[in-house]
Design a binder for this molecule. Structure first.
Ligand code: C5P
Length: 282
């Protein structure tokens, strides 16, 4: 048996460069894993099964965990059955990469269980077949991602940062938000310059998908303004939403004002190890 954590991610900046002929969008983004995480238990068994603490999560073949299991089987030719239990804490339809992280964690776990038949590079490329964000989780937790998100440049950890993840009740669908995106929403910056600002300690937080999300769900703009009025200095939607990450707060936080609010911090992993929850925050 093996038990691993499966961390959420945020996008410290997310710039859309242009739509692509294949239906995806070329982007440039600084991705960061955070301590908010699911926990997944894997045990070899006589048949495949997936159980989850959250009844809203599908536990059939549509779950990215099973996509990861099947791709791993196909690539390695190994014959096995696996029983998996998912303790869900990362909200769905939030832009926090929960499903992608679960898929990456599963590929890593299977590779451990079978004594490393695949290299990290091979796991990364299997991950990219599952979704644009999956390969990122094979970085060490801070990475500059380009292409459709699957070209991952691992970076040194950023300074320790505490944050809050806040999500309204409504979730958002990634394909819908990308469909709503218009090129006029995009910042016309040089993403390499933006990245350098972060690396030099002058963060420039922005997300080109915010206007599309606000058009899809106008209440989201009010939600963001409310967070700012409550004293959060930096408030930015993560990925395609609808969760926000907030950094620095000047007021006492009224935790009861939100249906979902979690304290978190940036998380990184050591090479050849998976992510660990050392500070035991959520
Ligand atoms: O790759 P993934 O399955 O996570 O993407 C979900 C959807 O989000 C895609 O089908 C596409 O509509 C949109 N998307 C995009 N550009 C990206 C990533 C995702 O348009 N870079």
């Amino acid at each position: 048996m093996i038990t691993l954590i499966s961390p959420a991610k945020i996008n410290l900046f997310l710039q859309i460069l242009h739509p692509r002929p294949d239906g995806y969008h070329e982007l440039a983004s600084l991705f960061q894993t955070i301590s908010l995480h699911d926990t997944i238990e894997y045990s070899l068994s006589t048949q495949d099964s997936l159980t989850c603490t959250d009844p809203e999560i599908p536990v059939d073949a549509s779950n990215l965990i099973f996509k990861a299991v099947n791709l791993f089987r196909l690539k390695t030719n190994l014959k096995f059955n696996i029983s998996i239990h998912l303790e869900k804490r990362i909200p769905q339809k939030a832009g926090l990469g929960g499903g992608s992280s679960n898929a990456a964690t599963t590929l890593f776990a299977l590779n451990e269980l079978f004594n490393h038949p695949l290299s990290i590079q091979e796991l990364k490329s299997l991950g990219s077949e599952i979704g644009s964000d999956v390969a990122f989780f094979f970085s060490e937790g801070t990475a500059y991602c380009t292409g459709r998100g699957e070209i991952v440049e691992n970076l040194k950890p950023l300074p320790e940062t505490n944050l809050w993840i806040v999500k309204p009740n409504e979730g958002l669908s990634t394909p819908l938000i990308f469909k709503n995106f218009q090129m006029s929403d995009a910042h016309k910056k040089n993403p390499q310059d933006v990245l350098n600002s972060f690396l030099n300690g002058n963060p420039d937080y922005f997300n080109d998908l915010e206007p599309a999300a606000f058009r899809a769900l106008p209440a989201l703009k009010t939600f963001k303004n409310d967070l700012k009025n409550r004293g959060f200095k930096t408030v930015l939607m993560s990925g395609s939403g609808s969760a926000f990450f907030c950094i620095n707060c000047t007021e006492t936080i009224d935790y009861n004002a939100f249906t979902f609010i979690r304290e978190a911090h940036f998380l990184t992993r050591e090479k050849n190890k998976w992510y660990e929850n050392k500070k035991m925050l959520h």
